[in-house]
Design a protein around this ligand. Structure first.
Ligand SMILES: NC(=O)C1=CN([C@@H]2O[C@H](COP(=O)(O)OP(=O)(O)OC[C@H]3O[C@@H](n4cnc5c(N)ncnc54)[C@H](O)[C@@H]3O)[C@@H](O)[C@H]2O)C=CC1
Ligand SMILES: O=C(O)C(=O)COP(=O)(O)O
Length: 636
């Protein structure tokens, strides 16, 4: 094989390996691109590579070693034609998705078109922690506990947790947010299945179906023992009038029941529309013959059904729970069943799943049970699988998830409109922080959005997150995204305030300009300080491209691409040429140049966009031009 082709392929492989390093290494690792190098050694029919990894030699962290191992293994690829190699190199490496519980086939197929899918069911907590640092996404149902330890073990690689269902009480949301990991769920596809299961339990409990079935299978014929109660005309209290609760209510109405509901957050008109009255908690539980639970498990609903609440129930009430076991104090329920306060209970969910074999509750003769089957219909499982697969793939592609649980949901149309402003926001944050003199702690950042839009029509959460990203990432090892931006800012003691100023421009554009101010700090470029003493920079989007339009009290106009040199000088002719020449002599390409001044022939600043990073000597020469009073090089 021609050695030039070998060399080309070698270069491709190097690029690929380096790219892989970037995504595989934990965020605290040194930037791999400048720490690892690959020496191509062309030979006849194969390319071999010598891996130089001196900076890692003494590091024993398993992910780093794994990465090096993968790199070494894949570096000895044989090839005869570099073209397929080039194609594979241009395609980014496939992400890995771990599916830790049974998921519908349609969802798995969808995942496989985009990622390597590892279906490993029944992992122990330790096994899950061991695997997770090699995964970009994790898909679970209710049986996997996604704890803080799991996020810690992921070492920054896990980007999204998908819950193939509704309840996310098995995921530590706070930890997910702190680690910048998005959590998405599949909130709609199993609603009907859960509602149908609640109705199935309601009817079977009222007519003792499971007990009668077991008795017949034991050879008995006990017609008098299993006399039931009728549903028609009885009052059903639906506790939690959300998706499942309202479907249960609708079905119970069809059975001729009188339905009331309690839900502190549900709109009364939605309930009235299906003939249901929303009532207080106490009224619901004290008047109902049947009480069906459909609220989420939260700190506020944990054990909300306890000795006190059971004592307020109508004597002989019957309870159905298809929500979460933890909303009931199970010991208190056993007491209420023993005393007859509660006549029967039909339970699909338990505090501990599976419950202990000798559980008094499960064994109680007036209790019927199913092993968390609410969502287990073929239809619901295919539905949640596709719903979660789409959400996880979308999230891995960087799209904002419509079912995000721990991040603001930004509709697609808002997202596409804000896209260029998102880039502007991050770049302004990056520039502003680089203007801070070393040693000054940043505490207070103010963002001013000038816009012709009504404040209600301008969602700034995404822009704020990107400014925080721009400010924090250059000065720390933190990885900031929409999920953890507010948390990270708070943790670093950064106060971000926002102000919206109406400007008489076109409301067609969401934002006219963005200003980032950092107060109470010294600046390494004094001209970046505004009259109030804050570092202040302004930017706009022009023709879809972010521009820097203001530095301190100077107006400039330079597109924010490449890097930037800011120079303050005495306003006099010939300055652009002189600085331009110095850069040109060092082969630094100037992409943009703009001069802003306070007063004619007094003081001006020059903003120079450069494609390359000038070396120290070149920057020194810029600083030595007699009229230059100060300058700073800023990386975008
Ligand atoms: N057993 C199973 O297999 C399944 C269980 N579920 C569980 O059912 C529950 C409901 O699911 P969805 O209806 O889809 O959720 P949802 O979010 O649509 O409805 C929950 C409702 O509970 C209300 N709520 C919150 N706090 C409350 C309180 N203190 N008192 C009364 N209501 C309160 C909310 O306002 C909301 O309207 C969840 O816990 C979910 O995990 C859902 C599907 C299947
Ligand atoms: O969606 C829910 O909240 C459920 O409880 C269903 O749980 P599962 O996915 O069947 O483990």
């Amino acid at each position: 094989m021609a050695s030039s082709a070998t060399a080309a392929a070698a270069a491709f492989i190097s690029t690929k390996l380096i790219t892989q390093q970037s995504s595989d290494l934990p965020p605290s690792s040194p930037t791999p691109t400048n720490k690892l190098s690959f020496l191509p050694t062309p030979s006849n029919n194969s390319a071999s590579f010598k891996l130089l990894y001196a900076p890692y030699r003494n590091r024993s962290s398993p992910p780093v070693l794994n990465v090096l191992k993968t790199a070494v293994e894949s570096a000895s690829i044989s090839f005869s034609d570099p073209t397929p190699l080039r194609d594979s190199i241009l395609t980014p490496p496939k992400p890995t998705i771990l599916v830790s519980e049974k998921l519908g086939e349609a969802g798995l197929q969808l995942l496989r078109t985009f990622a390597n899918v590892d279906c490993s069911y029944n992992l122990s907590p330790d096994d899950l922690c061991a695997k997770i640092s090699l995964c970009d996404a994790l898909i679970v149902r209710s049986g996997t506990k996604v704890t803080r330890q799991v996020f810690q073990a992921a070492q920054g690689r896990l980007k999204v947790v998908g819950r193939a269902g509704v309840g996310i009480d098995n995921v530590d949301l706070q930890a997910a947010t702190e680690f910048g990991c998005l959590v998405v769920n599949a909130p709609t596809a199993n609603t009907i299945a859960a509602a149908e299961h609640a109705i199935a339990l309601l009817a079977s409990m009222a007519r003792n179906v499971p007990q009668a079935d077991a008795s017949m299978k034991a050879g008995k014929w006990q017609r008098n023992k299993y006399v039931g109660v009728s549903l028609v005309g009885k009052t059903l209290a639906v506790m939690g009038f959300g998706k499942v609760g309202s479907e249960v209510a609708r079905r119970a109405k069809g059975l001729g029941m009188n339905v009331i509901a309690h839900d502190p957050y549900a709109p009364a008109d939605r309930a009235r529309a299906i003939g249901v009255d929303l009532v207080s908690f106490d009224e619901a539980i004290s008047t109902a013959d049947f009480i069906s639970l459909h609220m989420p498990l939260t700190p506020a609903t944990s054990k909300i059904f306890n000795d006190e609440t059971f004592s307020k129930m109508k004597k002989g009430a019957r309870i159905i729970n298809v929500a979460r076991g933890g909303v009931i104090d199970e010991d208190a329920l056993v007491r209420a069943l023993d005393s007859g306060t509660v006549a029967q209970a039909a339970l699909d969910v338990f505090t501990e799943e599976p419950p202990p074999k000798d559980s008094k509750l499960v064994q109680h003769e007036n209790v019927i049970v199913t092993p968390h089957l609410g969502a287990s219909t073929k239809e619901a499982q295919e539905g949640v699988a596709v719903e979660i697969a789409e959400a996880v793939v979308g999230a891995l592609k960087g799209e904002l998830a419509a079912t995000a649980v721990n991040a603001p949901m930004v509709p697609a149309e808002v997202m596409s409109e804000l896209a260029p402003y998102v880039v502007l926001a991050e770049k302004l944050g990056r520039l502003a922080v680089q203007l801070v003199a070393g040693g000054s702690g940043i505490q207070s950042v103010k963002v001013v959005y000038r816009s012709a839009r009504d404040p209600d029509n301008l969602d700034t959460r995404l822009l704020r997150a990107m400014i925080v990203k721009g400010i924090i990432e250059p000065i720390s090892i933190s990885f900031v995204n929409l999920v953890n931006a507010d948390f990270t800012a708070k943790q670093k003691g950064l106060r971000i305030s926002e102000e919206r100023v109406f400007v008489d421009s076109s409301p067609e554009y969401p934002v006219d300009s963005i200003q980032v101010q950092i107060s109470n700090v010294q600046s390494k470029f004094a001209s970046a300080l505004s009259e109030t003493g804050n570092i202040s920079i302004d930017g706009k989007v022009k023709y879809g491209i972010p521009h820097l339009t203001g530095v301190g009290s100077f107006s400039v106009d330079v597109s924010l691409e490449g890097n930037l040199i800011l120079c303050r000088q005495v306003d006099q002719p010939g300055m652009i040429g002189r600085v331009g020449n110095i850069l040109g002599e060092s082969n630094v390409n100037v992409s943009f140049m703009s001069v802003g001044r306070t007063a004619k022939r007094i003081k001006a600043i020059m903003a120079i966009g450069v494609d390359e990073e000038p070396d120290k000597d070149t920057l020194k020469k810029v600083g030595e031009v007699p009229a230059v009073e100060e300058f700073v090089f800023l990386e975008l």
